[in-house]
Design a protein around this ligand. Structure first.
Ligand code: AMP
Length: 348
């Protein structure tokens, strides 16, 4: 019998994070921690979503700053560019081109049902066409790299369902199986609570604990978490308590049970719990992790080098997908673009 030399193709994971502010505990426990673990399991494509950020952040210096910070945070937290790709969304402009193709097969009704769009408008974000179009660009992000799985927080699940719909519409309209149907993957903490009670979110600065905030700022934020007025001796429900819910994300099972029981029995005051949370944050995001993060600030060229090297690799996958799209829709592949890409002048 011939030897079976075929190896199972690796699962391809894709995800992104917007550089519209400092990355926070919600980003980490909802998505980034998972992204870093998955680099041991499959082919990972992670990007800093600077095109997406333009829907809420329109200040060039801020966008540059947060783009660098997001990439530096990933690297400090353990992303290994030898195992996973980390690139800037805008370094692969083909993604906007694919978004156009997808938009032509997507009904307005699908986008009108997007919760995230409605939530952002309710919070006062200007209702630009770009904001409305967000799910199409996100579908292009996913489909451009022929991704199998998309590890995200709960708030992105509807967008992944829309992406699956768009992949299906495209394949059906052009009678070609160009795109697969990607699946969302949730972490163990898909909706991390913020300091103001709702979801922790970059759009509400008061709600966030930044992963790499200044220690005095973090202490101030934690000590300022609003609680009810129950005294130290009174029993309290840990499951409705922001301090406990955040502590639980980082504490060992034993420490978690101990705090929960102390709250339930009475005897654990909010002030004491806040101090424990501050110490836990220092333990998890201080030390070596913080040292690595500081090195990125000292040598920004290292971060830039990772982003550029990874983008070159990701762009090869992107170009292959677009060739299939051109073929399916009947648009000739651009000889001009190909010549520019081959000569390397596109990056000049
Ligand atoms: P964004 O900040 O919108 O770019 O989100 C980057 C990733 O973090 C996405 O996968 C989100 O679903 C995830 N995320 C953002 N906020 C939270 C949160 N509060 N809890 C869990 N996941 C979150």
């Amino acid at each position: 019998m011939p030897e079976n030399t075929q190896t199972k193709p690796k699962v391809r994971y894709l995800s992104g994070v917007q550089p519209s502010g400092r990355l926070h505990l919600g980003n980490y426990f909802g998505a980034i921690q998972n992204h870093i673990q998955l680099q041991e399991k499959g082919e990972c494509y992670y990007f800093v979503a600077n095109y997406h950020s333009l829907t809420t952040l329109q200040d060039a210096a801020e966008l540059r700053k947060y783009t660098f910070m997001a990439a530096a945070d990933y690297l400090a937290l353990g992303l290994d560019p030898q195992k996973a790709l980390l690139f800037r969304q805008s370094d692969i402009p083909e993604v906007t081109e694919l978004a156009w193709f997808l938009s032509t097969v997507t009904g307005m009704g699908l986008l009108e049902r997007a919760h995230s769009y409605k939530d952002k408008i309710a919070k006062g974000v200007a209702s630009s066409v770009g904001l409305f179009f967000y799910p199409v660009l996100m579908a292009a992000d996913i489909l451009l790299y022929q991704s199998d799985k998309v590890p995200v927080g709960q708030d992105q699940i509807q967008h992944i369902e829309m992406c699956r719909d768009m992949a299906g519409y495209f394949n059906h309209t052009f009678k070609k199986e160009v795109f697969k149907q990607p699946e969302g993957v949730l972490s163990e903490a898909p909706k991390v609570i913020g300091l103001t009670g709702g979801k922790m979110s970059k759009s509400d600065e008061a709600s966030v604990i930044p992963i790499f905030g200044d220690p005095s700022e973090i202490k101030k934020k934690v000590m300022g978490i609003v609680t009810d007025s129950k005294g130290v001796a009174e029993p309290k429900d840990p499951e409705t308590n922001t301090i406990y819910l955040l502590y639980k994300l980082m504490a060992s099972p034993g420490e978690t049970v101990e705090m929960a029981e102390a709250f339930r029995k009475g005897g654990m005051g909010y002030g004491d719990a806040k101090k424990r949370l501050v110490l836990k944050l220092e333990e998890v995001f201080g030390g070596e992790v913080l040292e690595r993060r500081k090195k990125m600030d000292e040598k920004p060229a290292l971060v830039e080098d990772v982003l550029e090297t990874c983008a070159r690799k990701a762009r090869v996958t992107a170009a292959k997908t677009l060739e299939q799209v051109y073929e399916a829709v009947g648009i000739p592949s651009s000889k001009v673009k190909k010549a520019i890409l081959e000569s390397g002048q596109d990056r000049g």
